[in-house]
Design a protein around this ligand. Structure first.
Ligand SMILES: C[S@@+](CC[C@H](N)C(=O)[O-])C[C@H]1O[C@@H](n2cnc3c(N)ncnc32)[C@H](O)[C@@H]1O
Length: 205
């Protein structure tokens, strides 16, 4: 990616996604994360679980690789992206899908999503935002989680801010998802990526 592109992306931290998806639809650009298979760490973590009767939310779903995978396990899936073109493209790609694809902004999510999902999967969305937005974005992700949150992201050590995008997550940033009543169940680093699971401890009556 050219330095000029990076400057534009930093100046317009969420708007450039729509531009990229629109260019991809026009055939003048390709989307680097447009890969056919679900994230391998998600597949490994899910272990073929039966999601029947449970609601899942996929953050920044892009072309739907993780949301379609969760739907195949039986989850009732909502998946959202800030880019209307991405949402239109994924609906077109999976015309018979059971997934509800919606346009929404992680930084201003629908109020009814608060603590609403049994499982929330966040795969590389927070890291696609500038570091200054990471804490707010992570807090929003946690606030949508009713029970279990899986965060998948590229890892980096603490230190100088990288010249993103992306802006991989530091240990402190991954631990920050344990807000809003969530507790870290496991955080591991595998091949340069975070695989982090958080759970909501329900109050005993
Ligand atoms: C690096 S891509 C990852 C896409 C997908 N999670 C995957 O792994 O294939 C980040 C995605 O997050 C979306 N996104 C960025 N900021 C967002 C926001 N504030 N709210 C919702 N989606 C956002 C982008 O449009 C893009 O589709």
């Amino acid at each position: 990616m050219l330095p000029d592109d990076r400057r534009l992306q930093a100046a317009n931290p969420t708007g450039w996604f729509e531009d990229l998806y629109a260019e991809a639809e026009a055939g003048t650009a390709s989307v680097p994360w447009d890969v056919p298979n679900p994230q391998p760490h998600l597949v490994e973590w899910a272990g073929g679980v039966d999601g029947t009767g449970r609601r899942a939310l996929v953050v920044g779903c892009g072309y739907g690789r993780d949301s379609e995978f969760l739907a195949s396990l039986g989850f009732e899936v909502t998946a959202f992206d800030i880019s209307p073109t991405a949402v239109a493209a994924v609906r077109k790609r999976y015309p018979s899908t059971s997934v509800s694809y919606v346009v929404a902004d992680l930084l201003d999510p629908p109020a009814e999503w608060h603590h609403a999902f049994d499982l929330v999967v966040e795969n590389m969305t927070v890291q696609a935002l500038p570091v200054a937005l990471h804490a707010e974005a992570a807090g929003r992700v946690s606030s949508l989680t009713g029970s279990t949150l899986l965060v998948l992201a590229v890892a980096r050590d603490e230190g100088p801010e990288p010249d993103g995008p992306p802006w991989p997550l530091t240990p402190a940033e991954i631990e920050a998802f344990a807000g809003d009543g969530l507790t870290a169940r496991s955080i591991r680093r595998d091949n340069g990526r975070w695989v982090a699971e958080f759970v909501r401890q329900l109050a005993m009556n």
